[in-house]
Design a protein around this ligand. Structure first.
Ligand code: CO
Length: 211
């Protein structure tokens, strides 16, 4: 028990000396501040580590993770991360990255009760209802779950574009693209879903604010 936990602190010490070996000023420079170009909104799943799968280093990516990479517009945590990333850090790309085999998405497809988490999964069920015709027509359960993961990412991209935070950035001519990706656990590869939002025209008029 204790050893698996102590291992983390030991790993940390080894990592520090490795970093210092290659660059003695590594931490000194990082401590000066961050100017990441990307905001990553991904799943909490331990198999989808944002930095590792994108080859980004500390300082390069601002990260928010929750179950099933959701953009819930009443979630103060997500909104605060988004606001800081867009308004202060001025990231250029926001990436919503889902992954096939997502436990949250699969759970949202079923009828089982899980307790408190059902309230979170409800947001994912709402996406199913939007796409029920397409999804119900897919007989194979894994294929249906995979497509559900994809359309869920697409909806979260749109949910970002619906926020005043992003629309204000666009209004101010701030370069900002919102992308939707899916990570394949079996291959390690990321697929760009090609659902990028680049401006107001990419969302339904009912969500577009006046400026
Ligand atoms: Co997941």
């Amino acid at each position: 028990m204790e050893s698996s936990y102590q291992k983390l602190l030991k790993n940390n010490k080894e990592w520090v000396s490795k970093q210092l070996d290659t660059d003695p000023a590594y931490f000194e420079n990082l401590a000066k501040g961050q100017t990441p170009e990307y905001l990553w909104i991904g799943c909490s799943d331990s198999r989808v580590p944002a930095n590792e799968i994108t080859g980004t280093r500390p300082g390069e990516m601002f990260v928010h993770r929750n179950i099933a990479n959701m953009v819930v517009h009443s979630d103060m945590n997500m909104l605060s991360v988004l606001s800081y990333a867009v308004e202060v850090l001025k990231v250029k790309h926001i990436i919503v990255c889902g992954h096939y085999g997502c436990g949250g998405v699969v759970a949202a497809m079923g009828k089982k009760q899980y307790g408190l988490i059902d309230n979170w999964l409800r947001h994912i069920k709402d996406v199913y209802r939007l796409y029920h015709k397409e999804l119900d027509a897919i007989e194979d359960e894994t294929m249906r779950a995979n497509r559900f993961v994809e359309v869920n990412v697409k909806e979260q991209v749109l949910d970002l574009a619906k926020t005043s935070i992003i629309q204000n950035a666009w209004k101010n001519q701030q370069p900002l693209h919102v992308h939707g990706w899916v990570y394949d656990l079996h291959e390690g590869l990321i697929k760009d879903l090609d659902v990028t939002c680049r401006g107001l025209q990419d969302i339904h008029t009912v969500y577009q604010f006046d400026f």
